[in-house]
Structure formats: C-alpha cells, structure tokens
Design a protein around this ligand. Sequence first.
Ligand code: SAH
Ligand code: SF4
Length: 362
Amino acid sequence: MSEEKINLLGLDRVALEKLFAKIGEQKYRATQFMKGLYHHYESDFDNYTNFSKSLRNKIQLFSTLEVPHVVSEKISKDGTIKWLMQMNEGNAIETVYIPEKNRGTLCISSQVGCSLNCTFCATGAQGFNRHLTTAEIIGQVWIAAKRLGQSTKNRKLTNVVLMGMGEPLANYSRVLPALRIMLDDFGFGLASRRVTVSTSGMVPYIYKLNEDVEVSLAVSLHAATDELRSEIMPINKKYNIETLLKACKDFVKDKRKAKITFEYTLIRGVNDKPEHARALVKRLKNIPCKINLIPFNPFPGNSFKRSLPEAIELFQNICEKSRIVTTVRKVRGDDIDAACGQLAGEFHDRTRRSNQIQLKVS
Ligand code: SAH
Ligand code: SF4
C-alpha cells in the first residue's frame, strides 16, 4: 500500500545514502537520484534510466516518488503568486512567491494552521490542524522551482523563507531535512543566508537549529515588554523576552556578519508608539540584528488595524537613529490574500479537519 511506502521526496542526502546502502547500492546513487529530482524535476521514477530496470523495481517495492499537485494558482497584480498545493488526501498547503528586482522569495508553510494563537495572525485564528511532512515542505519549493523554470542559469527563486502558515520550529523533525535539501548542492543549492527560518520564539529549538544546520534566523518579536508580548503572543509566557534574546545572541555568536532579523508587526495603538520603538531599540542593543517592520494586514474577524503611515515612519526613524537597519515590509499580494499573516488555509475538506480535531480531543 502506497501510504506505507517511503516517499523519496523528503529524504535528505544522508537518508538517501542509507537507503541505497541498505539494498547494497553505492552512495553515489543518492546524488544521482537527487540530481534527477531537484535539478531536472523528474517525478516519474520510471524515467530514471540511469538506474537499471531491476534496481528501479527493487526500490519501488518499498518506496514511492510523490510530489504535491497544484490545486490553484492566483497571480496578484504586483506579480506575487499564491499556490494552493495538495499531497494525497491532505489539506491544501499555501505557498507564496514574491518576485523583486534582484531576487525571488518563496514563502513556504510548515504546518496547516498553528497552535500558538498570536492574536494578530489569521493562521493562529484558525487553530492547529496538522504538521506538514518533509515531502510537503520541500515539495512547495520543488513545485515553485519547476513552474518558474528554475535552473542553475536561470535563478528566479533565490530565497526561501519559512514564514507561511505555521511555526516551523514546532515541526522541527520534519523541517530539518527539508532545510538540508534546500541547502544541498544536489538539492536546490541555496546559500545559508538565503534560507530563513522565522520563529515566534521556541527557544530550545533555536539552540537545536543552530547545532544542526546553517540557516538565517528571523524572530517575531512584536513587543519589547513581557507584559505586552504575552498579551499578543501567548508563547511569551513560556519563553520570555530575556530568554529569547539570549538565544538570539548565542545564535549569531562566532558567525561573521550574521544578523538576526527581528520582525515587528505594527498594530495601530497597540505596539506602534514612539515609546514602544524606544523600548525596542534599548532591548536590541548589543545584538547584531536588523528590524523588519510589518504593517499589520487585516483579516476578517479580527479588530486590529494597520498603523497609520506617520506612525510607521516615526517608528522606523527611531529605530534607525539607534543605527539598527530597519526596513518596512511592502504589502505584497494582498489582492489575492497572500500578504503576511493572511494565510488562513483554505481547507478543501472541512469534514476531515473537524474529524481530525475530534480525534485529537478524544
Ligand atoms: N510562525 C512563524 C512564521 C510564520 S508567521 C512566526 O511567527 O514567526 C510569519 C510572520 O508574519 C511573523 O512575523 C508573523 O508575526 C507575521 N504576521 C502574522 N500575522 C500577521 C498580520 N496579520 N499582519 C502582518 N504580519 C503578520
Ligand atoms: Fe503561529 Fe506565527 Fe501566526 Fe503566531 S504568528 S500564530 S506563531 S503562524
């Protein structure tokens, strides 16, 4: 039965090498296979003719090669593309591609929904549904790269950020092999600084990530006092700002030029006043970092409002005066509900979702 077979998409190089070793094959088979899959986008195992027919048959006894399929594609007037993908029977996965002048960023999801319940986030508002598998995580990059015609000569997809639906560090064991495939030259060959994991602050996993793989880190801070942060981000009650910032400092320690990106969603009247900006820069003193201000993106059922342009400008000025590079994220793709925090997950099978929730509860 296909569910019991291992999907070869989603196995990093070491896992593939082990798999080939188990059936008495040489290590190089792993990279040969990866080239076919990640450089030539070959998803039909029968077309891997550099593997003999008998070897292909042997592998297919215990494995499959399944890639997600695209359920829908929406293109924004600003060029942003939102794909809804699906793997087998699972809920749809949302992925957003943001083209810019000198780069193309793919924003991928790591979970369907999220359990962390930040009060300003549409993903949080719909609750946790399930973790994505490694195949579903790397499958988003695979589909986007294939559709964009990515090759070593034509790099439309230059950056990947784990800033779509879900908290990547809450799904660590499945995210890690996907990161390794993104970085591997036989995978997508992306540079470490171009792969960014965004976290709401799951401190123990920040340390683990630092030990396991070299990627960039973005931390969703959104407030500089524990009182306010705990109010809008419940995870702060578990890992407070001091603990989180210590982990951030340790993350960049001994890494030349590395900086943490602090994301700060500006919500009108909540965290966007000059005193909030001053408190923020004070706390970030001595941490190599930059700040990315994200004007709040509204979504149905939520009463927060986006900060006024004057408040955003003033906030940015205060940060920059203290010599922290501070950018304001442009709103992209909001006409197709692809902007930050708007990924609400269009469930294609709501019955299944409620069934799963009931199962979890019982
Ligand atoms: N769970 C991870 C990554 C996904 S959220 C995290 O929290 O970092 C990606 C970014 O979008 C985070 O910085 C998050 O705070 C921000 N975000 C969430 N909802 C938003 C909204 N409605 N408007 C603007 N940014 C939002
Ligand atoms: Fe989850 Fe991130 Fe949304 Fe918070 S901001 S609810 S951690 S996806």
